[in-house]
Design a protein around this ligand. Structure first.
Ligand SMILES: NC(=O)c1ccc[n+]([C@@H]2O[C@H](COP(=O)([O-])OP(=O)(O)OC[C@H]3O[C@@H](n4cnc5c(N)ncnc54)[C@H](O)[C@@H]3O)[C@@H](O)[C@H]2O)c1
Length: 451
């Protein structure tokens, strides 16, 4: 039957703080693919006004603030940044009368701040988050939650003491795509998970962290002393300020920047607490601009049997010299099929019979099927696509929605500091493995490196 008719099949209730999602099926013209649309029912109006301040108003912090302000009853209460140019941009964007400062403690003293977004480089996350929690503010902290594994428990302890909502910023796990994948895995859509893989591929100067350095960058426009006050003392260096990802004093390399997103989504979908063995290899192949970190990185991870899932393996890769693609990818492979997980789409592929290009297996398959009676089987669709309905506002919007909802209802979020640390730690330990040239053993329950 050739038809574009949409046929409403079923409603799917999704557990979780945020959402109820509905799914309905569309038969494509060829009927070869099952396409299901996933959508989110709106929550009751979020009335309580919340005032949010931004600490670290660069690329991501500014994007976070814009997304926060696109929610109902959210206003901006101030901006803190160490570079004068960012302060000026913030005033242009959000109004010349907003409170601005170079000292995050000035933001935290204010009674008109309910929550802060921490969008600084990684080496400031821990201290600013702890100061914010101690000052009674809710916290949205960009990923990775911490700059080193030894900082994780300090943040968790401060959060537990504070009673405040703390969400880490791997926004993908709040997406319709991640929620759908979690539901499908639990329903057995791909059988038993035994392998997962993910990658991040780029090939551009900006993609490889060679950001623009403003012409006016100098110790007069940048509070350099404050920037390095919690790390190694060095003379002013604009590269180290504006291209901080390339240096280990401030950034966490490819794995802390990008693997962490894949860990967050994977752990959300599988309910996993994390791997117990971590091994990484890589190299600096192309972007030899003085950086201290590799531009190609491969990670391998062993996830043990646990209460949440049977053991499986994970392989991750990041390549900033990838001439074939500029994309990211997360794929879960089970005993009965696989799932490609995107933030607005999940593609389930099933293997309903033995198909193999391997001549040996083909011959074997013929042997075993010679006794077959010839009766045909019922075969389901080989590929089913779940995609977000038109108008979906995306993962970032949903992530802030979950954060504000938890604050307003005194509830909780999925990506709290315990979750955030369990996603950050294996990513950060990739750097230990790479630089020390050894496998790292990690206890995902106690969240400790095993000797
Ligand atoms: N969730 C995501 O998809 C995503 C994407 C990009 C970046 N990030 C994260 O966001 C954070 C910021 O990354 P970015 O790309 O926006 O960097 P950026 O360099 O564009 O911005 C960082 C800003 O922080 C300011 N800053 C530095 N130290 C400060 C301090 N002590 N107090 C106040 N301001 C300070 C800098 O002046 C700069 O304006 C990082 O942790 C990064 O990993 C997340």
């Amino acid at each position: 039957m050739k038809s574009n008719r949409r046929s409403f099949i079923k409603k799917v209730g999704l557990a979780g703080a945020a959402a109820i999602a509905a799914s309905h099926t569309s038969f494509s013209a060829t009927e070869e693919k099952n396409i299901n649309f996933i959508t989110r029912a709106f929550r009751s109006p979020e009335n309580t006004p919340l005032r949010v301040a931004l600490i670290g108003a660069g690329g991501m912090g500014s994007e976070d603030m814009n997304v926060a302000l696109s929610h109902d009853n959210i206003s901006i209460a101030g901006v803190c940044d160490l570079y004068q140019g960012r302060i000026e941009q913030a005033k242009e964007k959000w109004g010349s009368s907003i409170f601005t400062t170079i000292d995050h403690k000035e933001i935290l003293k204010r009674n008109d701040v309910d929550a802060v977004i921490v969008g600084t480089p990684d080496h400031w996350h821990k201290q600013i988050c702890i100061d914010a929690l101690n000052a009674g503010k809710h916290v949205y902290c960009e990923k990775p939650m911490v700059h080193s594994v030894k900082e994780g428990h300090e943040v968790i302890n401060a959060w537990r003491k504070s009673g405040k909502v703390f969400q880490v910023g791997s926004q993908g796990l709040s997406s319709l795509g991640n929620e759908k994948a979690k539901q499908l895995l639990a329903e057995g859509a791909i059988g038993k998970l035994n392998y997962a893989e993910g990658f991040w591929a780029r090939h551009s100067p900006e993609g490889a962290w060679q950001y623009n350095i403003p012409k006016d960058a100098s110790p007069q426009t940048v509070d350099w002393k404050r920037y390095i006050s919690n790390t190694v003392d060095r003379p002013f260096d604009a590269m180290r300020f504006f291209r901080w990802r390339n240096y280990l004093d401030y950034g966490t390399a490819m794995s802390g920047d990008l693997f962490v997103h894949l860990f967050s989504s994977l752990h959300f979908i599988t309910d996993s607490k994390g791997p117990e063995q971590i091994a990484a290899m890589g190299g600096l192949r192309y972007w030899k601009d003085g950086r201290e970190v590799p531009d190609v990185l491969l990670g391998m991870f062993n996830y043990p049997d646990s209460a949440e899932h049977a053991g499986f393996n994970l392989s991750l890769r990041c390549n900033f010299v990838d001439g074939t693609s500029g994309t990211t990818y997360l794929r879960l492979v089970g005993s009965e099929g696989s799932m490609n997980v995107e933030w607005d789409r999940v593609t389930v592929q099933k293997n309903t019979s033995v198909h193999s290009d391997d001549p040996f297996l083909q011959a074997k398959s013929k042997e075993t099927s010679s006794a077959y009676t010839g009766r045909k089987k019922m075969v389901g669709p080989l590929e089913t696509i779940y995609k977000a309905e038109e108008g979906y506002k995306g993962a970032h919007y949903d992530h802030f929605g979950n954060f504000f909802h938890a604050i307003r209802t005194k509830g909780s979020v999925a990506e709290d500091p315990v979750f955030g640390f369990r996603a950050a730690a294996p990513a950060l330990l990739c750097n230990d493995s790479y630089f020390k040239n050894k496998h790292i053993n990690w206890d995902p329950i106690k969240m400790e490196v095993r000797s």
